[in-house]
Design a binder for this molecule. Structure first.
Ligand code: CA
Length: 265
């Protein structure tokens, strides 16, 4: 017997201390009970607390009530699919989301990222790798003990301690990875980084789908640029990668010795 339509259950490990995963709550959204059970066991073993939902509506309700630290979200769900759940979550919460997709096409993965997912894994996946991804995302979302100092450039003020960003005084809602990407680039103004370098430095992956970077850059631009199609802060350097332009706005495109006509190296 399996509660296939709408099961919701909660499993908690009695870990008292504030040590790493112990007080972290994961919402696992997966309609295939067998997969859900396996993943839950791995998460519990790693010391996380786990809430489970078997469909999209239950997932949204549980997320609101339990305020998880991270959501693992299957893409294909009965009723409300994962992409829609992610979109709705994003309207009210900045909780990190790892999307699990069975569909291997690039478009599909990108759709998940466009809707605000921070990472994704493709089915079939190794539960161990998923747990590593969870830890990696959480490490980045809570840099509890040694937050880096705030950084300010081009009207943007970014504070790693509170994980807040304002643009000309207006607070921006960034996802975990958007925040990390922006922080990384703002700390290294006017330096160009390839997508490979960024996925390594910001995501901590040695391999990975580079379109993840592309999508995050696009999303960031929509939040920080006056005109996202003509970015002045987060610039594309054709054939190379991306660069945060700290002087944008003020020194208005000074002809800085030939960044035009060059086509990469
Ligand atoms: Ca599914």
């Amino acid at each position: 017997m399996r509660g296939r339509q709408t099961y919701a259950e909660s499993v908690t490990t009695p870990t008292a201390s504030s040590a790493e995963p112990g007080n972290r709550r994961i919402l696992l959204v997966e309609d295939e009970q067998t997969i859900a059970d396996v993943v839950r066991d791995y998460l519990l073993q790693a010391g996380f607390q786990v809430d489970m939902a078997g469909d999209g509506f239950t997932a949204l309700q549980l997320a609101a009530v339990r305020q998880p630290d991270l959501v693992i979200l299957d893409r294909m769900l009965p009723g409300l699919d994962g992409v829609e759940v992610c979109r709705r979550l994003r309207q009210t919460m900045s909780v990190p989301v790892i999307m699990v997709t069975a569909l291997g096409t690039e478009d599909d993965r990108i759709l998940g990222l466009e809707m605000g997912a921070d990472d994704y894994v493709t089915k079939p996946f190794s539960p161990r790798e998923l747990v590593l991804r969870v830890k990696s995302v959480l490490r980045r979302s809570v840099k509890e003990f040694t937050p880096e100092p705030p950084v300010e450039a081009a009207g943007l003020e970014l504070d790693p301690a509170s994980r807040t960003v304002t643009h000309r005084g207006v607070a921006l809602a960034l996802t975990v990875r958007e925040f990390d990407l922006l922080a990384f680039l703002m700390r290294r103004p006017n330096q160009v980084f390839s997508r490979e370098e960024l996925i390594k430095a910001v995501w901590g992956w040695d391999f990975g789908d580079l379109s993840t970077v592309t999508v995050h850059v696009r999303r960031l631009r929509e939040k920080i640029e006056a005109n996202p199609t003509k970015p002045e802060l987060l610039k594309t350097v054709w054939g190379v990668g991306y660069r945060f332009d700290s002087g944008a706005g003020k020194a208005a495109e000074q002809p800085a010795g030939g960044e035009r006509g060059h086509g990469g190296q």
